[in-house]
Ligand binder design. Structure first.
Ligand SMILES: [Zn+2]
Ligand SMILES: [Zn+2]
Length: 319
């Protein structure tokens, strides 16, 4: 199976994004890059070098629906005369009229974020939306866990790997244990578990970090020899990365618990203490990170959580 990585520029802090062409029938593109002129041109050039045109794409598969990965999907689908688009049902970023705003607002204010701050965060995200086009319900199909994406010379197995987002998926070629992992596995940074409503019960938070650890362990069962991530170089030593991630998560958890004052604190207080200098878009990621670690520590019985008015306050045990 010929897997061709193509690296595209993004306007985001994370830097370039990797998309993957599976250069055999049906010609498939895994992720697309953001909707910018620069990314579209780089993609066209990458495809051309591999001997293809955008019109040749028959299938577009999305690891997840963040704009840097899914932004060009709609225009590619139109250009490739209705190539099939596949994305997990638990993703929402690509949907028209994604009405989770209210759910997000509730989650953020429960985490102690002020109304003014929520308005500012939302404004930043509305700016990000222009780097992707939305899909109507009938324009994409659902990726199912354990399904096989068939190709001429074999298959890629779909592995639902929630954590970074609820509907993140990875793709495993069992023949040589190659994995395409989107933002689930990145060479240099531990991926952000982004604050999201639970897809099954949106009034609750998705337990992103606990889910993420399960996803990592699941990928580990395939004993990957090569992992293609959504950003940065590929990974040849998954085991080293796995252990490094687990250590980083444990360290961050200890740090987060250490930041809790006797009187308790909201996730927002903890985020501000962890990342005092963050601005705009990164404040949402900062509070996401704090919530993820506090939730995991709470579910492991290491801290207490109680409701104070409409806010959740975390406390050290016995404080
Ligand atoms: Zn992402
Ligand atoms: Zn990404």
């Amino acid at each position: 199976m010929r897997i061709v990585p193509i690296t595209l520029p993004t306007p985001f802090y994370i830097g370039p994004v990797n998309v993957y062409l599976i250069a055999e029938d049906p010609i498939t593109l895994i992720d697309t890059g953001p909707k910018t002129k620069e990314a579209a041109a780089a993609l066209r050039e990458g495809l051309r070098r591999a001997g293809f045109l955008t019109a040749d794409i028959q299938r577009i598969v999305l690891t997840h629906a963040h704009e840097d990965h899914c932004g060009l999907a709609k225009s590619l689908r139109d250009e490739a005369k209705n190539a099939e688009v596949l994305v997990h049902d638990w993703e929402t970023g690509h949907r028209i009229g994604r009405l989770e705003h209210e759910e997000h607002r509730t989650l953020l204010s429960r985490a102690g974020v002020s109304d003014d701050e929520i308005v500012a965060m939302r404004r930043v995200y509305e700016g990000v939306r222009r780097y992707g086009d939305s899909f109507a319900e009938h324009e994409y199909n659902a990726l199912e866990d354990n399904a096989e994406l068939e190709f001429e010379s074999g298959a890629l197995k779909v592995i639902h790997t929630p954590g970074h987002t609820p509907g993140s998926c990875s793709f495993v070629r069992e023949a040589d244990r190659t994995v395409i992992a989107g933002d689930c596995v990145l060479k240099r940074v531990t991926p952000n578990p982004v604050l999201s409503p639970d897809p099954i019960d949106p009034s609750k938070r998705f337990h992103s970090l606990a889910e993420y650890l399960v996803s990592l362990a699941r990928l580990r069962t395939f004993a990957p020899t090569l992992v293609h991530g959504g950003h940065g170089d590929c990974i040849n030593d998954f085991e080293e990365l796995f252990n490094r991630y687990v250590r980083a998560i444990q360290q961050r958890q200890a740090e987060v618990i250490g930041l809790l004052p006797e009187t308790g604190a909201t996730a927002w207080d903890v985020a501000r203490a962890l990342f005092p200098d963050t601005d705009d878009v990164h404040r949402f990621l900062a509070v996401s990170e704090a919530v993820a670690h506090l939730d995991l520590a709470h579910s492991e019985g290491k801290i207490e959580l109680e409701l104070s008015g409409a806010k959740e306050v975390y406390r050290k045990l016995g404080a």
